[in-house]
Design a binder for this molecule. Structure first.
Ligand code: PLP
Length: 359
């Protein structure tokens, strides 16, 4: 791609190598993994931007309502983007944040949009997407789902759920690499009517007519903004090859088996670690988290042993179980490494306590 397309075709590759059509083509590949039909997903920007676009479009669909409902397990950028948008709108909207288990009960005729992350980034707790989307519809609210920890991790039936909007990043379970473009889904019956808040030229009906006034492109393509990240999209496109022929139901079965093995192994070998994830795999995504007050240093000690997990403040040790390429031998190795680090307090060394900028 770098040599032949970028190197030799130069700008002709926008047509000859299909760069301009890549967001729709790659979006359809992701759609297969999240239950969305071709033509309902486009790619670009980052997830934060896509959340902003989805929420702006969602609020415009419910002009008489003033509440955005979310939960305290949501990822901060989703809440920040909502806060920034509501401040900019100056229409008296309120962001209402309730505990995850209180979401269904907090839906009311005040709620314009339900903005939730499907799988909690810290604990892996998974919302009932179909049930909450139905409850939102019954309350007259639009449903917007963040699928950052769902795409490629758990089966998702976007079309079947009836959700109005969804968005996700592609650098977690989909392996698009840091900075890979995000995806956004718009329910097809709405896609021709929503008015994009970020009216960029590549979401225009005729970008190369260079008209002075914005006219939205048909369908979800209007959620494109500017020039797509062509190099990152090529990386993502290649990363998606490993999903060809893979059924999400098989991924889920393997994910549950590996997660259960990890939970049981750690419980037996590391009594000082408390399970932070739901013990019932039905209520959990494809990650397992534990709590410990020295979680940061423990993760650093594990990384030094070749087992790479995340620390999430204040005390969460998070392990992503990616069943497409993680097997039982690696799960067992991770358990052994964790057991050794805990039994000998091997984490308690100055170099493991030094906080880096990215945890
Ligand atoms: C990772 C993640 C993001 C990140 O957003 P970017 O704009 O891609 O940096 C947003 N939301 C959730 C739930 C995430 O887990």
């Amino acid at each position: 791609m770098l040599r032949d397309e970028w190197g030799r075709m130069l700008i002709t590759a926008w047509n000859r190598a299909g760069w301009m059509a890549a967001p729709a083509r790659v979006g359809a590949r992701i759609g297969r993994l999240v239950g969305a039909a071709p033509g309902t997903i486009t790619m670009g920007d980052t997830l934060s931007v896509k959340i902003f676009q989805a929420l702006a479009a969602g609020l415009a669909l419910r002009p008489g309502r003033r509440v955005v409902l979310s939960d305290s397990g949501n990822f901060p950028t989703d809440l920040y983007m909502a806060q920034g948008l509501l401040r900019m709108l100056r229409q008296g909207h309120e962001l209402r944040i309730v505990p995850p288990e209180a979401v269904a009960g907090a839906l009311s005729d005040e709620v314009a949009a339900l903005l939730l992350t499907h799988v909690d980034y810290r604990t892996g707790r998974m919302h009932d997407m179909a049930g909450l989307t139905r409850a939102a519809r019954d309350a007259g609210a639009v449903a917007i789902w963040d699928l950052a920890h769902s795409a490629g991790a758990v089966p998702v039936d976007l079309a079947g759920s009836g959700a109005e909007f969804a968005a996700g990043c592609t650098y977690k379970y989909l392996n698009g690499g840091p900075g890979a473009p995000a995806f956004i889904y718009v329910r097809p019956d709405l896609a021709d009517t929503i008015e994009p808040a970020l009216a960029g030229w590549l979401g225009h009906a005729a970008p190369f007519a260079f008209e002075p006034d914005y006219r939205p492109a048909p369908g979800v393509e209007r959620m494109r903004v500017g020039t797509p990240p062509v190099l990152q999209m090529a990386v993502l496109d290649a990363a998606l090859d490993v999903w060809d022929g893979v059924a999400m139901a098989d991924i889920r079965a393997r994910s549950v088996a590996l997660s259960e093995r990890f939970v049981a192994g750690v419980a037996a070998a590391c009594p000082a670690l408390t399970l932070a994830s739901p013990p019932d795999p039905v209520a959990r995504g494809s990650q397992v988290s534990f709590r410990h007050e020295n979680g940061y240093a423990i993760i650093q000690a594990l990384i030094a042993r070749g087992v790479i997990g995340d620390f999430r403040a204040p005390d969460i040790l998070r392990f992503g179980i990616a069943p497409l390429y993680v097997g039982t031998a690696e799960i067992d190795r991770a358990i052994d490494a964790l057991a050794e680090v805990m039994a000998r307090a091997a984490w308690d060394r100055p170099e493991f306590h030094a906080r880096a900028a990215v945890t």
